[in-house]
Design a protein around this ligand. Structure first.
Ligand code: OGA
Ligand code: MN
Length: 207
């Protein structure tokens, strides 16, 4: 996985890249789904999304130009694609959120730097990228130098765990800033399908 993913990851230092990828904290799976699989997923999510309007005016929010839903019922084909994602993202037996998050960003939409709430999301975030490529930027919460850009192409799966999930914010760049190593990554409408696990419950283990 990692060798072919490396040209898709640009870190501010080789040591940082090594640290984030070691222990599978950061994983990219280019071409995780095929074109027909993307179509199957889109058939499942489009009807629900079309009923909603893109949210544009909440300037205090992390996400702009988006509509979203939580989805638990999927076609048999989509369910098997999602299971494949869960199988690479979560060890067997890890309690997962049954609702899958579907986020539809319009062409001008973007996601500002944020860390997913530790109240609602556990240590792993696994996303599938549909319809458009984008640049996801990870910024250290602890210093001003550690930064990683991920080229998330259409059909890619990405996984953020551990340090990449907790000690780095993530963002999806707006079209005008969407460059990867100097190359423009044009942003079109993009749909992401995100599986998360449940947060650790204090007291549920011996600590
Ligand atoms: C989020 C998020 C990333 C993506 O919804 O919290 O960071 O790939 N989404 O859409
Ligand atoms: Mn997020």
């Amino acid at each position: 996985m990692l060798r072919e993913a490396f040209p898709l990851i640009r870190a501010s230092s080789p040591a940082l890249l090594e640290r984030l990828c070691r222990g599978r904290g950061l994983e990219l799976w280019p071409q995780f789904i095929s074109g027909p699989e993307e179509e199957a997923l889109l058939r499942d999510v489009e009807p629900g999304l079309y009923r909603k309007h893109y949210q544009r005016d909440h300037w205090d929010q992390a996400i702009h130009g988006y509509r979203e839903m939580e989805k638990s019922r999927w076609s048999v084909q989509s369910e098997s694609i999602l299971q494949r994602l869960r199988d690479v993202a979560f060890p067997p037996g890890v309690p997962q959120l049954s609702m899958v998050h579907v986020l539809d960003l319009e062409k001008t939409g973007f996601i500002k730097a944020h860390v997913d709430s530790v109240k609602f999301c556990g240590d792993t975030i696994a996303g599938l990228c549909l319809l458009s490529g984008c640049v996801m930027r990870l910024l250290s919460e602890d210093n001003d130098v550690d930064q990683v850009d991920l080229l998330l192409q259409q059909h890619t799966a990405y996984i953020l765990r551990g340090e990449a999930r907790y000690r780095f914010s993530h963002q999806v760049l707006p079209d005008e800033e969407s460059f990867f190593g100097g190359e423009k990554v044009p942003r079109e409408r993009r749909i992401s399908i995100i599986c998360r696990n449940l947060p650790h419950e204090p007291g549920s283990e011996l600590d």
